[in-house]
Design a binder for this molecule. Structure first.
Ligand code: SF4
Length: 320
């Protein structure tokens, strides 16, 4: 677990961060499969790193329960695998695997990085996967622990590569990275008409994982239609001038997160975040347990008071 992910969880819901340090979840969200597969492809030493990302997505999907209400899990896994392959193929044209800086000590804690070095070790890169981007989302990203925090810790500027995958519907994300239209006769692959009008009904709708084209051919079609900017945007972020204050803030938050045995209050407004809903939402009121399929992590943090000693909270998370 990276340190910025712990702080990010803590920002949205302290209880989520509390649980995540103590319990490994039995199911992975589609977003989590995609994130892990992309990261694995970027780091891979193998010759075909994009294929590696695709294989990793299938592996994670097959070896874990997928946290979804969809029933066609194989189709979903293939869809995530094709998307991971496409993202890595585009992001990593060069041979060298992406590398992260070494962990560093801040106070009593080790900062485990989530970022990568850029083209050289004087700059950082971060990958952020979102369903959509607007000004507010951009501000949120720029000020997140994954960006501002990492930049402050390593005292380096950071380029944030935002991957926009669209909304997850019926087990599939829809963006030019995953979905296009084929001409009824010429079979050209298209994403957007020049005049922005809709494609006629006789155009065939195709998902990437079901199409015969190679990754390169699909990518060329994205470039031809000029829709790459709908899928990626890069945010350059300078090293914060208040880096010392940010590191101190990280340290004091980590002190609280790790040193407190108290169970924090839940934050129900954060349970169903769009792209990555909380993995504890089905068991939040009772708390995770081995009986519910969670695995207890070796305790690096104080044991929390057992829940039965506390007044029982009313269930605040609707069953889903
Ligand atoms: S389910 Fe909601 S309240 Fe519970 S830990 Fe997750 S985000 Fe927090």
């Amino acid at each position: 677990m990276t340190t910025s992910s712990i702080l990010r969880s803590d920002d949205s819901c302290r209880l989520r961060a509390h649980y995540s340090l103590r319990w490994e979840v039995p199911a992975v969200t589609p977003y989590e499969i995609l994130r892990r597969a992309v990261e694995s492809g970027l780091r891979a030493e193998s010759e075909d790193w994009a294929k590696h990302a695709s294989d990793m997505a299938m592996k994670i999907a097959c070896e874990n329960t997928i946290d979804t209400s969809e029933t066609d899990l194989l189709s979903m896994a293939k869809h995530i695998a094709a998307l991971a392959e496409m993202i890595v193929w585009i992001l990593r044209p060069e041979n060298a695997p992406w590398e992260s800086p070494e962990p560093v000590q801040i106070g009593n804690h080790t900062w485990e990085p989530s970022c990568f070095f850029g083209a050289n070790e004087s700059e950082l890169r971060q990958i952020v996967i979102v369903d959509r981007i607007n000004e507010l989302k951009e501000l949120e990203i720029r000020n997140s622990w994954d960006v501002r925090g990492e930049s402050a810790i390593y005292n380096l500027p950071i380029s944030v590569i935002v991957v926009i995958v669209g909304q997850l519907r019926n087990g599939k994300w829809k963006s030019p990275l995953t979905f296009g239209y084929r001409h009824p006769k010429a079979k050209d692959l298209r994403f957007r008409k020049r005049d922005d009008s809709q494609f006629a009904d006789n155009w065939t709708r195709v998902f990437r994982e079901l199409d015969d084209s190679t990754t390169e051919e699909w990518y060329d079609a994205i470039l031809r239609d000029g829709v790459l900017t709908e899928c990626f945007t890069v945010l350059p972020v300078e090293c914060p001038t208040d880096a010392v204050r940010i590191v101190e803030l990280a340290e004091s938050k980590l002190d609280r997160i790790y040193d407190s045995a108290e169970i924090p209050e839940p934050q129900p407004s954060q349970c169903f975040q769009r792209i990555n809903p909380c993995p504890y939402r089905h068991c939040c009121a009772e708390g995770p347990s081995e009986a519910a399929g969670f695995t207890k992590l070796p305790c690096a943090v104080p044991e929390s008071d057992s829940l039965h000693r506390l007044p029982r909270r009313e269930s605040h998370v609707a069953a889903r």
